[in-house]
Design a protein. Structure first.
Length: 633
């Protein structure tokens, strides 16, 4: 796991960019604290790398790495988990190796197979390879988008990097894309391929680009999750027992591949089904496995450590629990806000950051359960979507009572008010098409709110096209797998994986995601949705496949999330930051981005008896304003 950056210039006027390469790689030092280096490949191509040593920690495996003939130069962020099998294949072709690294295997695999090498790789990655004979650069991102890659292409130059802060380190013009700002306040994140800046893009999952030294560039998709069976509803697996057995085998193979490491390794263990399954499988192949949980001493309702302890005891892991108070969460806010280099407002990043920080004190690599909810239907919205598709009597009753739900107080911060919020959301969603309901349930705020909040209006045609792209997956007579397929492209990539990558990398911790092995993902979308969500609940096939491996107590409890006490903070500790600094009238007016009357109404609602989701909206503003002050002033 590392950080990469590079610059290619097509005109001499862009030479100033080269002088900033070292600055760009230095700001990625938390991604790669062990070694940083840059290399002038030729007069117009420069690569740089910041290394977190995981496989072959010797100096010989440092990057940028060049082929023995000097023709090819590679910078690579990620891991190739099947590198030993690929190396064996290359040895059979007569290749010789100077290191034990997956980096050298990747380089030689590309040399032999060019772009087709991507079909052979099992891992997560973002990499760039320059060919000094063909005079082009090949840049690729992994199938699921676990590792990030941003780029800026103009007529005069091409920049790429692992993070936005490295792109900005090249001292580029920073022109805000207000269509992306609109989407940020709608979703809490900016969906790929767009970014906060007009001329900076994110290479999408399963895509590569090739850029020639004359500046011509093409982007191609090399992988997509197979959806032929999903669209036809002719699913390959109709035998539930066989499907469970296949799931067990595929997931165990994935976990085994992801246990390779030359540094200490463990697993996150929340006490939920997903991380518990990963832990159970990892413990089979790694005695005395290190496992890590966070508990919430001030929020007993959300504390799942008792379930994590049961799993740890059952599988004899070396378990560590980090007990966090609200003060611990609050004390880490500045570090988190400081690291964010593109507005991102999922507040669950806070406990992920602290878990990563604590875990890094003991290991360098951790496995997680990310991806299972999106593939197998683990969220409340998935069960609600399934119920709407059944069109039963209960749906009609809940929908008919929506005038009542609309009048009652709604908030995530109380049990009764949260139920009312969910009933209102369900009733509104039941009136919409599958595609429109999906967009609404992905959103934190409405489109109308975003339009009134922002002075710089988004362009309706652009927003409509972006919405159309998200909704294009849905067909007239589709099923729940369309919703899950959409989550893989929208929520998983732009929210969940972004959150885990940024918060773990802020602490120099590599997080591996066995559920996102492409073989397992391909299998998951060959399963009929009834195997995943039905009247018995969510993620049923995952639960049933591993029932013998987990304590029974995990099956007789509700899925828990964790609500950061934002509303409480905003009314107390963060009150001055909101009212006297970030959302203060004079600053808002001089900034010229927001309509202050909307901000004023939000601040007033903060202290009302019906705050609804105002805490999430204000948190999004705090993140944006902190980012603005750091990068735009």
């Amino acid at each position: 796991m590392c950080g990469i950056a590079g610059v290619i210039t097509f005109k001499e006027s862009e030479n100033y960019l080269k002088n900033n390469l070292d600055k760009a790689i230095n700001v990625l030092n938390k991604r790669g604290p062990d070694f940083q280096s840059s290399l002038k490949v030729n007069d117009n191509v420069l690569f740089a790398h910041a290394r977190l040593s995981i496989i072959d920690v010797s100096d010989a495996a440092h990057q940028p790495m060049q082929s023995s003939c000097g023709r090819y130069t590679l910078v690579f962020n990620g891991e190739i988990f099947n590198y030993k099998a690929l190396k064996k294949e290359l040895l059979n072709f007569g290749e010789k190796f100077e290191t034990n690294s997956d980096t050298e295997v990747l380089l030689k695999t590309y040399i032999r197979h060019k772009e087709k090498c991507l079909d052979k790789l099992n891992g997560f990655f973002a990499f760039a390879i320059y060919d000094s004979i063909e005079k082009n650069t090949f840049v690729a991102r992994d199938r699921m988008g676990i590792k990030p890659l941003l780029f800026r292409k103009t007529e005069a130059s091409f920049l790429f990097a692992s993070e936005m802060k490295a792109i900005m380190a090249f001292d580029i013009p920073k022109k805000i894309d207000y269509n992306s700002v609109h989407e940020y306040f709608r979703y809490n994140y900016i969906p790929s391929p767009n970014s906060i800046f007009e001329d900076v893009k994110k290479l999408e999952p399963g895509h590569f680009l090739k850029i020639e030294d004359d500046g011509s560039c093409e982007i191609k998709q090399y992988y997509k999750i197979p959806n032929e069976e999903m669209n036809s509803k002719k699913y390959h697996f109709n035998n539930y027992e066989l499907a469970q057995e296949t799931l067990r085998n595929e997931l165990e193979k994935s976990v085994q591949l992801r246990l390779v490491s030359d540094v200490p390794l463990g697993t996150f263990l929340s006490g939920g089904i997903d991380s518990s399954v990963i832990t159970a499988l990892a413990a089979k192949h790694k005695p005395n496995l290190n496992t890590f949980s966070v508990g919430f001493s001030d929020n007993a309702y959300f504390d799942e450590t008792q379930y994590a302890n049961l799993v740890a005891k059952m599988h004899k892991t070396n378990h560590t629990v980090f007990s966090l108070s609200n003060k611990d969460l609050y004390n880490n806010l500045n570090e988190i806000l400081e690291y964010i280099d593109e507005p991102f407002a999922d507040s669950s990043a806070i406990p992920v950051y602290i878990l990563s920080k604590k875990t890094r004190e003991k290991v360098t690599v951790s496995l997680s359960g990310d991806g299972a909810d999106e593939m197998f239907g683990g969220y409340n919205k998935h069960f609600a979507d399934w119920k709407i598709r059944q069109n039963g009597l209960s749906n009609k009753i809940v929908t008919s009572l929506n005038p009542l739900w609309e009048t009652l107080p709604k908030s995530r911060n109380g049990k009764f008010s949260n139920i009312i919020r969910q009933l209102n959301r369900f009733a509104e969603g039941s009136k919409l098409s599958d595609a429109d309901r999906y967009l609404q349930w992905c959103s934190i705020s409405s489109t109308n709110y975003c339009k009134t909040l922002l002075k710089n209006k988004s362009e309706k045609s652009i927003i409509d096209n972006r919405n159309k792209k998200v909704k294009s997956i849905f067909t007239q007579n589709g099923d729940l797998n369309e919703t899950l397929y959409s989550d893989m492209h929208q929520v998983l990539v732009n929210d969940m994986l972004t959150k885990v990558d940024s918060m773990s990398m802020a602490n120099s911790l590599e997080v591996r995601t066995p559920f996102l092995d492409h073989n397992l993902v391909n299998f998951a979308f060959q399963l009929p949705p009834k195997f995943k969500v039905n009247k018995s609940g969510r993620k049923m096939i995952l639960k049933d496949a591993f029932r013998k491996d987990l304590p029974e107590e995990l099956y007789v409890r509700n899925k828990m999330g964790f609500e950061i006490p934002l509303l409480e903070w905003f009314r107390t500790d963060l009150n001055a930051l909101i009212f006297d600094d970030l959302l203060e009238e004079k600053f808002i007016v001089s900034q010229g981005v927001f309509n202050f009357e909307v901000i004023k109404a939000l601040k007033s609602k903060l202290f009302s008896n019906n705050p609804e989701d105002v805490h999430a909206q204000i948190w999004a503003l705090i993140v944006f304003q902190t980012w603005w002050k750091k990068y735009m002033n």
